[in-house]
Design a protein. Structure first.
Length: 485
């Protein structure tokens, strides 16, 4: 979103609050309206509703050490419940348009790296422990201090990198870009479509959605992103009923056989906090390294997301600080605890919240809408998951563009900041990880400053986090040296 638009959204003299709800969430004060917040809440939900399908697939497809699997229906319930509760808590307590749900990447680590070494109860116990440790870091002020220690240009680079990353997610989720199998012996890692060309009705829906979204944005139509999602979902449902389509991916745009589904809360509370430490075949060092991996990924994924969303919403103050940061980080840590306790894997802040910000969200009120929809998904899951990724993904591409506009604030003539900024921006989409991008930027910043004889300008917390990132990137040889592999 351009600076002009952001200034326009936040008048210098905000109108008086219409009522107590407006006053509590600072809706008018932040230049927003109830209509914008509601539209933003819907947009955020539709761009991240795929987690209700994907998280049960990832966790449900894995077996623990004893060959046990988690029930997909129970996983769907746990995923929706945690997302609903924690998103609403973030809205009320943190007052940021930041939705939460089971973290992608983190759930894969739990399913395919941790669970095979122990029971599901022990694996989810590690997730709970990770969340508790993050809460400790928040309470002691360390997590907030790290965020404040980051130079402003690097924060801007994080926002830009997230913009490219989220656009790439949109292209991949829609099938516009796909990974080329290694067996193909090709020279590039990704390609256009599934075969090097665009083909099939689903891809057409995505392409038309992108054109519709950017056209509406260019004309400054209110509700552009939500209008595009709804319109393309209807078109996708018509196409699906008329054409012979093999697969739309995770969600099919067809009217469900049933509208109401019964939630199954059987997985709630199924965790063992310290069971992993007593597992016969898992050493203490291995467990500690697993927890370290979870903490570092969750810590910096959230940091990047919070900074990126707040910057795009125009909520950072003159020093680049996020409002209510302490509460926001504590709620995010509590979400990790809740995710593990419900066996839904660690829940974290979702970068797809940027779709709601692009639609006008500026406060936590939009979270009440997003969280309420996740709550409805406990009972109306079949109805609320008919939006195909091809209809929702154009929103991510459009928001990627809006976040990319912040690149102009980085001083590209000053190499000591330009190079770390570039690596932050490039590594995020290229490795499909916010954490990796932040780590590359931190390490480059510290090294270049030290080489230029400016080591005293580096905050001690950046030295410490860069050292942790060095361990993070070298985790495989470290595990081998310590005998954890």
């Amino acid at each position: 979103m351009s600076d002009t638009q952001k200034v326009a959204d936040r008048p210098s003299v905000p109108p008086p609050a219409a009522n107590s709800v407006d006053r509590y969430f600072k809706i008018s004060e932040r230049g927003s309206t109830f209509a914008r917040e509601i539209r933003g809440g819907f947009a955020t939900f539709f761009t991240m509703a795929y987690i209700l399908v994907l998280n049960p697939i990832i966790l449900g497809s894995a077996k623990d050490k004893f060959g046990d699997t988690l029930d997909p229906v129970q996983l769907t319930t746990a995923t929706a419940l945690v997302a609903a509760v924690m998103t609403i808590i973030m809205g009320v307590g943190g007052n940021l348009p930041l939705a939460l749900a089971a973290g992608l990447g983190l759930n894969a680590v739990v399913a395919f790296q941790i669970a095979p070494l122990m029971s599901w109860d022990d694996a989810m116990g590690l997730v709970v422990l990770e969340g508790l440790l993050i809460c400790v870091l928040v309470v002691t002020g360390l997590r907030e201090a790290v965020m404040h220690a980051i130079p402003q240009p690097l924060k801007q680079a994080i926002s830009v990198g997230i913009g490219l990353f989220i656009a790439f997610i949109g292209f991949v989720d829609a099938g516009f870009v796909s990974r080329i199998p290694d067996a193909a012996n090709t020279t590039v890692p990704v390609q256009l479509g599934g075969t090097g060309t665009l083909s099939g009705w689903p891809i057409l829906v995505f392409c038309l959605g992108v054109l519709l979204t950017i056209g509406l944005l260019a004309r400054k139509v209110k509700g552009a992103i939500l209008i595009s999602i709804v319109t393309m979902t209807v078109i996708a449902m018509i196409i699906n009923s008329a054409a012979d389509i093999k697969s739309w991916g995770l969600t099919t745009p067809a009217w469900p056989d049933k509208l109401v589904d019964t939630p199954d809360f059987g997985l709630l509370g199924q965790f063992s906090l310290f069971g992993a430490f007593s597992a016969a075949d898992v050493g203490v060092i291995t467990v500690v390294l697993l927890i370290f991996t979870l903490i570092l990924s969750d810590f910096f994924d959230t940091m990047g997301t919070v900074v990126g969303i707040s910057a795009e919403a125009g909520l950072l103050d003159e020093e680049g600080k996020v409002p209510n940061l302490g509460r926001v980080l504590l709620i995010d840590g509590a979400a990790a605890v809740a995710g593990g306790a419900a066996s839904a894997s660690s829940a974290t802040s979702y970068i797809e919240s940027a779709a709601g910000v692009g639609e006008g969200s500026r406060t936590g009120f939009s979270n009440l809408i997003t969280g309420g929809l996740f709550g409805l998904a406990l009972f109306l899951g079949p109805l609320l998951t008919i939006v195909p990724l091809q209809a929702a993904a154009p929103a991510l591409v459009a928001v990627g563009f809006l976040m990319m506009t912040q690149v102009k604030h980085i001083d590209w003539d000053k190499y000591e900041i330009a190079i770390p900024a570039f690596l932050t921006i490039a590594v995020m989409p290229f490795t499909y990880s916010i954490t990796n991008g932040i780590g590359a930027g931190f390490l480059a910043y510290v090294v270049i400053k030290a080489v230029l004889g400016k080591a005293k300008e580096i905050h001690w917390l950046l030295w410490g986090t860069s050292a942790l990132f060095l361990i993070y990137f070298a985790i495989d040889p470290i595990e081998q040296i310590l005998g954890a592999k």
